[in-house]
Design a protein around this ligand. Structure first.
Ligand code: ATP
Ligand code: MG
Ligand code: MG
Length: 349
């Protein structure tokens, strides 16, 4: 089989490598960590710690195609690779890794994000709050995940008390939503798009807690408009692979939160809960193979993340034979760290 290069060494890379192995491919991981949980299940790994840009082309030279499971990698060296295809295209990565670029791009395609304004100074923040109002959320434009790099601003006085971090920021109006959901789509090399059932996503402390499909009717009603936006995003970026868009369901329709140019935590339920999981379809797409069915393989499915010490209860979780347990092989159960997840399928009688 051919070799697939994966940038990033976390659990998403691990699950991609496992799906790739099933199809006879070998994976090679490019990541800074010495103890990458993706490298453990892959053929080879290269540490990128010392010089990401310089090491990248030697890494890619051994690969038939390069993909990524992590957004916070420099784009320029990827664009310069030339001979080896990078899928999804680096432009998707570039768009998604900056919240300002991403929201501006999606607005241009007819999507509706929360009102937003860039913030590079205290004066910008005052002006943004005067225009958009409170409550709102100040976020770093880059590098945020699991709710990190975010500050809730309930009153203008909160903003005055804040020590502004020295990096580009964005202020967003707070969205009063009834629920959150995601669109998980996969676009093949031939342009065909498949959509998974949109899961209802619930968060705890800014981190995804539970994803469940099918979603309640109030979400289902907003899925067609959300999918139409995802299709526009995918086509505009000539996208190949799995693409995820997060939404708030509101009285006025779906409000776009953010996109991820990759497989997504809210799609982990697809491993058991769909005919073809998101990881396999991503591999199929970037390898130019036909996509598999995204259809639900049960009447309902629920995925719960195991965060930090939650994962220490794994023996307890296995006492229920209906639980499907996934542990990522991470050493230390630090608070807020994604250690694994549990999936349950349900069948109507
Ligand atoms: P992820 O791990 O999904 O990449 P992230 O760090 O990029 O997370 P966001 O998705 O921007 O963070 O925000 C995390 C959560 O905070 C959202 O899922 C939502 O629950 C809440 N949130 C974020 N922005 C807003 C907003 N403008 N209005 C209301 N709630 C919000
Ligand atoms: Mg995010
Ligand atoms: Mg998010």
């Amino acid at each position: 089989g051919e070799t697939i290069g994966i940038l990033g060494g976390g659990q998403l890379g691990r699950m991609l490598a496992m799906a790739a192995a099933r199809l006879g491919y070998r994976c090679h991981i490019y990541a800074p960590e010495a103890d990458s949980v993706a490298a453990e299940v892959s053929a080879a790994a290269t540490r990128a710690e010392y010089d990401y840009a310089a090491g990248l082309s030697a890494f890619a030279a051994n690969c038939a195609v390069v993909t990524y499971e992590f957004e916070n990698v420099p784009v320029a060296p990827l664009t310069a690779l030339g001979a080896v295809p990078v899928l999804p295209h680096p432009r998707a990565l570039e768009t998604a890794q900056d919240r300002l670029t991403e929201k501006t791009f999606v607005t241009g395609l007819g999507g509706t994000p929360a009102p937003f304004a860039p913030v590079d100074s205290r004066e910008d923040l005052r002006r943004a709050i005067a225009t958009i109002g409170t409550p709102g959320i100040l976020k770093t434009r880059r590098d945020g995940y699991d709710g990190k790099g975010q500050w809730r601003i309930m009153t203008p006085a909160d903003a005055d008390d804040l020590d502004l971090p020295d990096q580009p920021l964005i202020y967003e109006g707070f969205v009063h939503f009834s629920a959150e959901f995601s669109v998980i789509a996969c676009r093949g090399a031939d342009g065909a798009i498949v959509y998974y059932d949109s899961p209802h996503n619930r968060h705890k402390n800014g981190i995804l807690d539970i994803s469940a499909a099918p979603a309640p009717a109030a979400i289902e009603a907003q899925v067609p408009a959300a999918r139409a936006l995802a299709a526009k995003v995918a086509e505009a970026l000539d996208y190949v692979g799995v693409l995820t868009l997060e939404f708030f369901a509101t009285e006025a329709g779906p409000v776009f939160n953010e996109m991820a140019p990759r497989v997504h935590n809210s799609g982990h339920w697809t491993i058991e809960g769909a005919v073809t999981c998101q990881f396999e379809n991503h591999i199929r797409a970037i390898c130019g193979l036909p996509l598999g069915s995204p259809a639900l393989a049960a009447d309902a499915v629920e995925m719960r993340n195991l965060i930090g010490e939650d994962a220490n209860d794994w023996a307890e979780i296995l006492k229920d034979p209906a639980n499907r347990l996934h542990l990522y092989g991470k050493g230390e159960a630090r608070a807020g760290r994604k250690m694994g997840h549990v999936t349950r399928l349900a069948f109507d009688d």
